[in-house]
Design a binder for this molecule. Structure first.
Ligand SMILES: NC(=O)c1ccc[n+]([C@@H]2O[C@H](COP(=O)([O-])OP(=O)(O)OC[C@H]3O[C@@H](n4cnc5c(N)ncnc54)[C@H](O)[C@@H]3O)[C@@H](O)[C@H]2O)c1
Length: 341
């Protein structure tokens, strides 16, 4: 039986998942909900299914088995909770929310319902990075040094608004914070500093260029951030991120472990020490996280990035900004996370 799949929030990233779902012959795309009716209609015309104005209408009228939720960071909570109440499995893009109260409420609903969930932390499913995790197992990890440098501001209008996008740590560098947890385990404390190093106000007569933006009205978020992380294992970590315009994307890691130095560049990795090698991901790596979810819904696999992982990774970002608010003191994850996490 084909999985009856709906989409909620069909803006930028949804097209990646729509194309991947369309390519599977065990999936039937049955509907698209977006508060922007033109987007819902365009998705329905391109991928099949019916356009809806709200997730509730999609749930009620199309009766999906599962949904892919690609709404902006601020638009989470009720969509997921209602899916749980109706027994609908969901894949949700990172970050799972902009605050931990919302994420904790959804987690309770997930746990009460037993639906399958998966969060779009696609780096975890890259075969080279899975190989790195195997190589690190059983070794003492000393340092997890991550960076996320993006040469400008993404176009969605919510991105430079702290209350809507959550800031670069929550919205985007979360990929690297999640990968740090995947490779080195739970984080205990976070120390953070942020800066705004350039003037983002558009100069008179400025016309936005296509792609990443150099200027935005009402830019509210830090453009440069540094964190120091202490892992429960005893490892230390750092994260540097910036969206100050420059030449190139640069996303990756160094991991120093007993007998091994690992360099991660996006989904690819190389390692040297008592074992030596390198691995490059093929172009399908980015789809593995959704494929795993759809396989689980089909009953032929399991979700390895369930909702609770999204809550834990969100907490690392929130701890970073909380530390900044408190003047740079360490913030313990145990203070922020729901009991038992
Ligand atoms: N994993 C990745 O590599 C990756 C890449 C890009 C974006 N993302 C994540 O995907 C999410 C969406 O990003 P985007 O760039 O596609 O944003 P976007 O603004 O382009 O698209 C979001 C869509 O959701 C719709 N929407 C807003 N509120 C809604 C609601 N309540 N119900 C239904 N639809 C609603 C908007 O109208 C819009 O069409 C973000 O959390 C972002 O971090 C992940």
């Amino acid at each position: 039986m084909a999985v009856r799949l709906g989409f909620i929030g069909v803006g930028g990233i949804a097209s990646r998942h729509l194309q991947a779902a369309k390519a599977r012959d065990d999936v039937q795309i049955i509907g698209h909900a977006d508060v922007d009716p033109a987007r819902a209609r365009a998705a329905a015309e391109s991928y099949g299914g019916t356009a809806y104005a709200t997730a509730s209408e999609l749930y009620e009228e199309a009766q999906p088995d599962a949904v892919v939720i690609c709404t902006p960071p601020y638009a989470h909570g009720d969509i997921e909770t209602e899916a749980c109440e109706r027994g609908i499995h969901f894949f949700v893009e990172k970050p799972v929310a902009v605050n931990l109260d919302t994420a904790a409420a959804v987690l309770s609903a997930v746990q009460a319902s037993g639906v399958f969930t998966q969060v779009g932390y696609m780096y975890r499913l890259s075969p080279p990075l899975q190989r790195v995790r195997e190589l690190l197992a059983g070794r003492a990890v000393a340092m997890v040094q991550a960076h996320y440098y993006m040469p400008g501001l993404p176009e969605p209008v919510w991105w430079p608004k702290m209350a809507l996008g959550g800031g670069q740590l929550v919205e985007q560098a979360t990929h690297m914070l999640d990968l740090g947890r995947f490779l080195a385990g739970h984080v205990e404390t976070v120390v953070g500093r942020t800066a705004r190093v350039r003037d983002w106000t558009p100069p008179p007569g400025h016309t936005p260029e296509p792609g990443l933006l150099r200027y935005a009205q009402g830019f509210e978020i830090p453009d440069t951030t540094a964190l120091i992380l202490s892992y429960e294992s005893g490892a230390l970590g750092t994260l540097s991120c910036s969206l100050v315009p420059q030449a190139a994307w640069d996303v990756g890691f160094k991991v120093v472990a007993d007998g091994l130095l690992v360099t991660i560049d996006g989904p690819n990795a190389r390692w040297a020490g008592d074992v030596q090698g390198e691995a490059t991901a093929d172009e399908r790596w980015v789809h593995a996280v959704l494929d795993e979810f759809l396989d689980a819904v089909q009953g032929t696999g399991e979700c390895t990035v369930p909702y609770v992982e999204g809550v834990r990774s969100l907490a690392v970002s929130i701890a970073g900004y909380t530390s900044v608010e408190r003047g740079g003191v360490p913030v313990a994850l145990a203070e922020l996370l729901p009991a038992g996490l």
